[in-house]
Design a protein. Structure first.
Ligand code: TRP
Ligand code: ZN
Length: 487
């Protein structure tokens, strides 16, 4: 939170709530219609409940302002209207969550949008906006473990998130053709109020009203589409919880193709006009899914597909069940395998802290190699990957060695070394453990941490337990030194 707001809240609210004069909770708070979400129970009535100011960050080592403390979100219900001519978004976001401390106020992340009102159970709440933080003040303490819903009405022209620590631009990209939302570690706060950290996953229910000549695409399942004379409302729901940065949006001329169900997974792609989408022979997701299910365990979600954008994006992003590809990379099988593997590593298992990024990128990069090994009988990981990169460092090339992947720092979060070196480590570990034990450990890691956040300690322990060996030094050498470990 911004110091001035924090100071104001600390002085005015703490005095209100904590001084003996306000022992009667019913007198506390200025709202005429006290919210039922605030506990009014008789046993608390006579007590002084000391509330805390919800933290403006969730405690991430690299991005201290991402996420917030004191509550967990279960669902975002976003009702949006887009005017493409004015590039103007009007939103009403209802955030369903649960307090995990006694809250005087809580924060949401929101960047560059104007907040019109904030309410809880039809009562308006006081709020402050400063930089990328929206502070919502409760009329009286929101007791720990209370389910609440807060509605934020807001509007503006969304854009990119202004945060000097981010490695790349992220947020809401406007173009002449339409809109694309993409970014890691964040894009959500550019267009809706959010607890913007992968630690706090939630369901998304998104409805968008826009002119009928445009399509609206986001993750999950299209549950309804209705039109009047000029505009169409599209509504999507996610079946599983997802980290906010894994939510994407695309607006433009998109059509849904290749709808089919395979192994109870609905495969569908959203392809923008003008994109040459690869044929099924060239993009064989079925084969990829079968290979990865065998290696990692069942595909964790109910649908998958590609959002193919008519632009040379220069990247792909593993947005949940709908990976983003530009037309430049959509035909690249290795990157297809990478983004698919992220559905297990990064999406089903999320990060607890952005400094642990190697857990996502190392595993997705190694998965590319596993895929190549399975589909090409002549492919040799040892030579083409492991020895190849070792020999590059022998020759003095160090892009895959530094920065140290275990702690690359925020602005170097997606350095090559964060991708390649942990993948080399995984291969070295596989060589040491042998295939049966290695893949058994990998599947156990998915079973243990799927649907949760993982930590490097949890990952390493899973392999240690199976190998019956202390692997601390092994991982120390592979992730935290300035050179590759000696062969
Ligand atoms: N996670 C993405 C991948 O591995 C790459 C990525 C990192 C990215 N940061 C991004 C993509 C920001 C788009 C925007 O494929
Ligand atoms: Zn990746």
């Amino acid at each position: 939170m911004i110091p001035s707001v924090r100071k104001y809240l600390t002085i005015s609210l703490l005095l209100l709530f904590i001084t003996p004069a306000c022992g009667q909770r019913s007198q506390v708070g200025q709202s005429e219609t006290p919210s039922p979400a605030v506990s009014q129970s008789a046993d608390l009535d006579k007590e002084t409940v000391i509330g805390e100011i919800g933290n403006p960050g969730v405690g991430d080592r690299y991005f201290p302002m991402l996420g917030n403390g004191g509550y967990d979100v279960t669902e975002y219900d976003l009702q949006l209207t887009w005017d493409p001519n004015l590039r103007f978004l009007s939103g009403s976001a209802t955030i369903y969550g649960t307090s995990n401390i006694n809250l005087l106020s809580l924060n949401l992340d929101l960047s560059g949008m104007k907040v019109l009102s904030v309410s809880m159970d039809d009562a308006n709440l006081q709020f402050f906006v400063e930089e990328n933080e929206l502070t919502v003040v409760f009329p009286s303490v929101l007791i720990k473990n209370t389910d609440f819903s807060i509605t934020v009405d807001y509007e503006g022209t969304p854009g990119l998130i202004n945060d000097s620590l981010f490695p790349f631009e992220g947020g809401w990209f406007n173009s002449a053709r339409g809109v694309l939302v993409a970014g890691e570690p964040s894009s959500s706060q550019a267009w809706h109020p959010v607890n913007d950290h992968p630690k706090d996953r939630a369901h998304f229910n998104i409805s968008m009203t826009l002119p009928s000549d445009l399509s609206f695409v986001t993750n999950g399942v299209l549950v309804s589409k209705s039109s009047d004379a000029k505009s169409t409302t599209w509504e999507y729901e996610t079946e599983h919880e997802q980290a906010p940065y894994l939510t994407t949006i695309a607006i433009g001329k998109f059509s849904q193709t290749f709808e089919q169900t395979f192994d109870e997974i609905q495969i569908r792609h959203w392809v923008e006009e003008g994109v040459q989408f690869p044929s099924q022979e060239n993009l064989n997701l079925e084969t990829m899914i079968i290979i990865f299910e065998e290696l990692f365990g069942p595909y964790p979600f109910g649908d998958y597909g590609i959002l193919a954008v008519n632009e040379n994006l220069g990247y792909a992003l593993e947005t949940q069940t709908l990976s983003i590809f530009g037309k430049d990379l959509v035909g690249n099988q290795q990157i297809q395998a990478h983004e698919l593997a992220h559905q297990w590593f990064g999406n089903f298992i999320t990060l607890d802290d952005w400094s642990d990024i190697w857990l996502n990128e190392g595993l997705a990069t190694y998965a590319e190699q596993l895929y190549l090994e399975k589909v090409n009988p002549n492919y040799n990981i040892d030579e083409s990957f492991f020895e190849y990169y070792y020999s590059l460092s022998d020759q003095g090339y160090e892009f895959h060695v530094k920065p140290r992947p275990g702690d690359p720092g925020p602005t170097a979060l997606f350095s090559s070394s964060v991708y390649i070196r942990p993948a080399m480590a995984l291969h070295a570990l596989r060589l040491e453990m042998g295939d049966p034990l290695f893949f058994q450990s990998l599947r156990e890691y998915v079973r243990t941490f799927g649907g949760k956040s993982a930590t490097p300690e949890g990952f390493i322990e899973t392999f240690e337990d199976n190998a019956n060996k202390d692997l601390e030094l092994f991982f120390q050498q592979w992730l935290f030194e300035d050179q590759l470990p000696p062969r």
